[in-house]
Design a protein around this ligand. Structure first.
Ligand SMILES: [Zn+2]
Ligand SMILES: [Zn+2]
Length: 487
């Protein structure tokens, strides 16, 4: 046996042999699975929400009534279905292209990589005596004193010196005594390699997707040509439902969703298996944001303040120029001042419900519903001042009729900008939408004067206004995604 190497020397890294990584499922490669899973998750989740819708299982949590889905959307369910399939087709073809350039996944290097991290930890320990001396502690002295009872602590304090930790390794066919890692070093290295790094990759990927989507989505709303040419299609859904999540112009779908996810995948250096999780997670979140329900028990709606209620405001004719953040967090809206600041929106939701119900009732010849209350907010109007000055007279004229519950200040400008956007979109929006809404508003007001708190049971909205009102005032869970504590 050769001489023991110096104690300051690093424990050697193990050798490794790479071999192909067998796929998770024997009948499909991981690359194909990572493309299939998001699509499967999209339709499985959409189907679940569709069943919930059709059976009207949770009327108390609906953001909109079935009557609104029927009367307020400017696109048929079939068109939505077809366009989503087209987008998913494009997404899959691009993914297949990327998969071709990806090297074949291999395994066998994990122990080696863990040891690399253990070596880094060992090197980092060299700084401990110096750092402790800055606060007047003699690390080496303490190390000697605790040496007997706490050999590992002593080793770390001494700057990563563990003379008693050795192992025999084969070096050039000869058994050689070499330094070894402490078990805590290996465990910490494993935690970094198997948990810390993947978690960081997910967080960074989420930030990349949020940033990519926020700025492109915002640009789509700020530039009239971009809006009318591409993004207005998504906004034909004034009442979003689950599988409308990816209802987009194919170019927009490719640019925002496919490219965003692809870039996050490439930049973070995720493995194919990590990307399965990430792509599926993003898809599920987007579907959930469009599901049309504010569920108190849906974890996805509470992990971040970006949820179905938050995004629903963005789909309304008065909130379309606000709440651009998607799909995970709302911080860009917060930082850049584009969050909806009009406070309580329950009266506006109520109006839309009443109006849609009236239309359905007119079809069926049966009675309608009513109710609600407003609130106040004053905010810096900065990002919206241009919007408001450039708004056309039509958008201005609609103001008094359309905004009984929007307080003055920034919220008024946000709503004005939003109305202008609706007007700019000749196909899916236009004057007709505003005219219709102002007529609805007048009717709703009339109805409210006649029977202020009466609600029909057939509307399935019992307690809705109260619950929404509560959450909007920050007492509840904040399901409607407007300015209160965290949003
Ligand atoms: Zn939008
Ligand atoms: Zn949307």
């Amino acid at each position: 046996m050769a001489n023991m190497t110096a104690s300051s020397e690093l424990p050697p890294l193990p050798e490794y042999t790479l071999e192909p990584l067998p796929p998770l499922l024997p009948w499909i490669s991981d690359a194909y699975l990572s493309l299939a899973l998001p699509v499967l998750a999209y339709w499985a989740m959409s189907l679940l929400f569709h069943v919930i819708d059709e059976l009207d299982m949770f009327p108390q949590y609906r953001l909109h009534t079935p009557a609104e889905v029927l009367k307020r959307n400017h696109v048929s369910r079939w068109d939505v279905f077809r366009d989503v399939i087209i987008q998913q087709g494009i997404q899959t073809v691009v993914g297949l292209g990327l998969a071709l350039t990806d090297p074949e996944p291999m395994q066998g290097k994990a122990d080696y990589d863990v040891s690399v991290w253990a070596q880094r930890l060992r090197i980092a320990q060299r700084a401990i005596p110096g750092l402790l001396s800055l606060v007047g502690l003699d690390a080496v002295g303490i190390a000697k004193r605790v040496g007997q009872e706490q050999p590992m602590l002593s080793g770390a304090l001494a700057g990563g010196i563990y003379p008693e930790l050795t192992q025999t390794v084969l070096l050039a066919g000869q058994e050689t005594l070499a330094p070894a890692f402490a078990s805590w070093e290996i465990n910490a290295a494993k935690a970094i390699y198997h948990l810390g790094i993947p978690a960081m990759q997910f967080v960074i990927a989420i930030l990349i997707v949020d940033t990519w989507q926020y700025f492109l989505h915002r640009a789509m709303h700020m530039n009239k040509w971009l809006y009318t040419t591409f993004h207005s299609r998504h906004h034909r859904l004034y009442v979003p439902y689950a599988y409308g999540a990816l209802y987009n112009h194919p170019f927009e779908g490719f640019l925002l969703d496919t490219c965003g996810a692809g870039i996050a995948y490439l930049l973070t250096g995720m493995t194919c298996r990590q990307s399965m999780w990430f792509f599926t997670m993003s898809t599920v979140k987007t579907v959930d944001d469009h599901c049309g329900y504010a569920f108190p028990w849906d974890p996805l709606q509470h992990v971040t303040s970006n949820n179905a209620g938050y995004h629903d405001v963005h789909h309304q004719s008065w909130g379309i120029k606000t709440n651009f953040s998607q799909p995970f967090f709302t911080f860009w809206d917060g930082i850049l001042g584009t969050k909806w600041t009009g406070g309580d929106v329950s009266a506006r939701y109520e109006r839309a419900r009443i109006a849609a119900q009236k239309k359905v009732d007119a079809d069926n010849n049966s009675p309608a519903v009513t109710a609600s209350s407003p609130a106040e907010s004053k905010q810096s109007a900065q990002p919206y001042s241009n919007e408001a000055t450039e708004a056309t007279s039509t958008a201005r004229a609609a103001q008094p009729a359309l905004e009984p519950s929007i307080p003055a200040g920034k919220a008024k400008l946000q709503a004005l900008g939003s109305r202008q956007q609706v007007l700019d979109d000749k196909q899916g929006g236009g004057k007709a939408v505003l005219a219709e809404e102002s007529a609805e508003e007048a009717q709703a007001q009339q109805q409210l004067r006649r029977s202020p708190r009466k609600r029909s049971r057939s509307s399935g909205l019992k307690g809705f206004a109260d619950r929404v009102g509560e959450s909007l005032h920050g007492k509840g869970t904040g399901v409607l995604g407007v300015e209160n504590s965290s949003r």
